[in-house]
Write a protein that binds this ligand. Structure first.
Ligand code: SF4
Ligand code: SF4
Length: 312
């Protein structure tokens, strides 16, 4: 039996309802639901295009994903631990796709502008994975769209790590050596035979052990001091940092999707440099930190369940 979609509305109800009302955000959410979701599926061409090798097939799909708007793209093999419990993926490989968010929109966080930028990229990245899925089906292979927002079957973070997107930061997001953490991810799962990429070790996770910028600026005290012994390992074998979602989410839900931990991350330096072109930007965001609401622990684990933390 298929596991039901994640109950966003029930989740919001736990923290006092939806309090973020931004017309542009609502428009993107509506477009994703009404215009993109119906395009997740489509007919698979009867005739299969053959590739000389798995390398050639991967190179072809990466070039296409880039042409469709990806800033970063990688391929990995899907393991059972990458799939939400109770879900199934019709294919062995995932093509992970990332699209950057613009530094200039995160000059003040949280803000209406940063909230809109998150949704803008969810939408445009949605177009990219839909176009890539259409292309794969036109080649005669089945595939499944894993949209960057909503009811996906794959866990985006482990897929991105295995596809070589970067390393896991203290703030729980992947840091890419070029883009920093200011990007979003989606993917397409497919039965096509592909050559895979590999996780990287650029010293980023190690650097997190001495840098604490995101931890200091997190207004909800959700980012930990130490790595957790019980939260599993990252792809380099390090204990993971466990972000307290019961503290993060109430803040995020009341303050324009927060996002403070992303632009304050020191790995945005290269992104700043790119965004100076024609834009007047600061080197560090203005960070607004109104008092955090009390933690709200989410319901017992379901498909997207989050473990409750013991707080002192
Ligand atoms: S989104 Fe905000 S509240 Fe959540 S971990 Fe990041 S800084 Fe903290
Ligand atoms: S701000 Fe520092 S500690 Fe936090 S994720 Fe970025 S590099 Fe790591």
């Amino acid at each position: 039996m298929s596991v039901p979609a994640f109950a966003w509305d029930a989740w919001y109800a736990l923290v006092g309802g939806r309090t973020i009302h931004i017309d542009e955000v609502d428009r993107y959410l509506r477009q994703i639901r009404e215009e993109q979701q119906p395009r997740f599926d489509g007919p698979v061409a009867a005739e299969r295009t053959a590739f000389a090798s798995a390398d050639a097939a991967s190179a072809h799909l990466k070039a296409k994903a880039t042409a469709f708007g990806a800033d970063i793209v990688g391929v990995c093999e899907i393991e059972a631990s990458d799939v939400y419990g109770g879900r199934e993926i019709p294919g062995r490989f995932a093509i992970a796709v990332g699209q950057r968010m613009l530094w200039r929109e995160f000059q003040v966080v949280p803000s209406t502008r940063s909230a809109i930028e998150c949704l803008r990229v969810y939408f445009t990245l949605g177009e990219t994975v839909i176009a890539l899925g259409d292309h794969i089906r036109s080649l005669g292979y089945a595939c499944k769209i894993e949209h960057p927002i909503g009811d996906s079957d794959l866990l985006h973070v482990p897929i991105g790590l295995k596809a070589g997107f970067g390393e896991l930061g203290r703030h729980g997001s992947i840091i890419n050596p070029k883009l920093g953490p200011l990007f979003r991810m989606g993917s397409v799962a497919t039965s096509m035979e592909l050559a895979i990429d590999h996780p990287i070790d650029a010293g980023i996770a190690k650097f997190c052990d001495t840098c604490r910028a995101c931890r200091i600026y997190c207004p909800a005290d959700a980012i930990p001091d130490e790595r957790s012994k019980t939260a599993g390992k990252d792809h380099l074998g390090n204990d993971r940092y466990r972000v307290d979602t019961g503290r993060c989410f109430p803040y995020f839900a009341k303050h324009d999707y927060c996002s403070i931990c992303l632009p304050v991350c020191v790995y945005n330096h290269k992104e700043w440099a790119r965004d100076f072109d024609g834009f007047q930007t600061g080197l560090f965001p203005q960070v607004l930190m109104p008092a955090a609401p009390p933690p709200v622990d989410l319901p017992e684990p379901g498909r997207h369940g989050y473990e409750k933390l013991k707080r002192g």
